[in-house]
Design a protein. Sequence first.
Length: 437
Amino acid sequence: MCTFAARKHIKYMLEIQRIRNHSAKVTERIQAKGLKQAEEIISEVIRLDDKRKEILSNLESLRAENNRVAKTVGALLAQGKKEEAEAAKTQTAEQKTQIKQLEEELETVLTASYNQMVLLPNVPHDSVPVGKTPEDNVVAFQNDIKVTFDFTPVPHWELALKHDIIDWELGVKITGAGFPVYKGKGAILQRALIQFFLNEANKAGYTEIQPPIFINRQSGFGTGQLPDKDGQMYYINEDEFYLIPTAEVPITNIYRDVILESRELPVKNCGYTPCFRREAGSYGAHVRGLNRLHQFDKVEVVQIANPENSYAILEEMCNHVMGLLDSLRLPYRKLLLCTGDMSFASAKTFDMEVWSAAQEKWLEVSSVSNFETFQASRLKCRFRDEDKKTQLVHTLNGSALALPRIVASLLENNQQADGSILIPEVLRPYTGFDRIG
RNA sequence: GGAGAGAUGGCAGAGCGGUCGAAUGCGGCGGUCUUGAAAACCGUUGUCCCAAAAGGACCGGGGGUUCGAAUCCCUCUCUCUCCGCCA
């Protein structure tokens, strides 16, 4: 699985240099992420790397010697010294078998090393609090919009049904559960939100991209979905394509195998795509209504940054997302995820959650992350620094925003006593109506 | 889907099995000249491994032939052209 990448990416993954130089620290932080065997894996990785260097150094001097002898053969033959040439040939033959053997050993070590490396998640940034569950996340900000009712608010799936703007049954008929059909004002609202989000991203300096929504294996590997989350993506067997779980994958993979000039940084791209997630194992209230779908729409913002200021950019991206939520007049909070709740690939993540008035719970609508070099190493995305040396970039991305839960929250929070739903001011130019029902 | 052609450095484009990490042109960077710019001329200009030097790897991917392969063979992938089909 994914061994295609092993050979060339072996230096990358988590940079081996960092693991070697700060093994205690890295071990501790990775353990905090919930990987119990961090210590064993890391010591194994270092042991294998030592081994790799040893073999490599032997192999290379042998190859050097072999190259030298091979060259003399040509010269000897030219001079007509047949016997000496033959002697040299036997010598290279011996060297060849040794080289072959060392190459095989190297291969074994590289594969073993790769197998260990892929088990290692990104190292949480120092500012990430240690914790195990979502309870340990830190509320970094909460706005002061409150929603109150003098009647009992109705959950969004009922509202949607009542106004005939989302048809769950029809989605089941056409495809299956988790693929709702948006109708009439429901469909227009979707389009309005997408348009609004894209326009705001454009204003914030992001270049709009319309990427493919199928990706190949290399792309899945580049952003870290593969090999870990293989089962979470839909897969087209016949063509070996995956359906994207997020626009992050195609938009970030634009920069796979690319060396940028430092003046080009930061690169800011955004894009709207449908997103597909198998969500195997989800059930019950979590998947009710729009809470968790197999297909949903999302506008994503992606930045490729100089490591020097990637954390300032992370804040900038959070502010962009919060600005959107502000203009939609939604109650929301910003969470700093603890070590245990972060994704495998992330070094630091903020989640944005909106309040869902009828369900009386917070719904995640955005996740903004700095991956530092985790993705860059797999993508081999680098930039040339002042000394003209190539260096891995930092990649960041965030949802800006994911639609379904925004819609859920809008419907529930903006419902009126008469059952109608008010459209937020900012969206009205996009929808062309100010109320549903 | 059928037939053919091809894959070389940022791009274009050479490359008898050894002297090719690779000609040449363009672009980029530095310089001379100029009040400045252009033109012209000179120089420079791939990535990766190894702490570094020495050294090694890389001419789409993988395998093979050979003392020696960018150059020969096999295979995979991709791209292009023509035909068919079609938004």
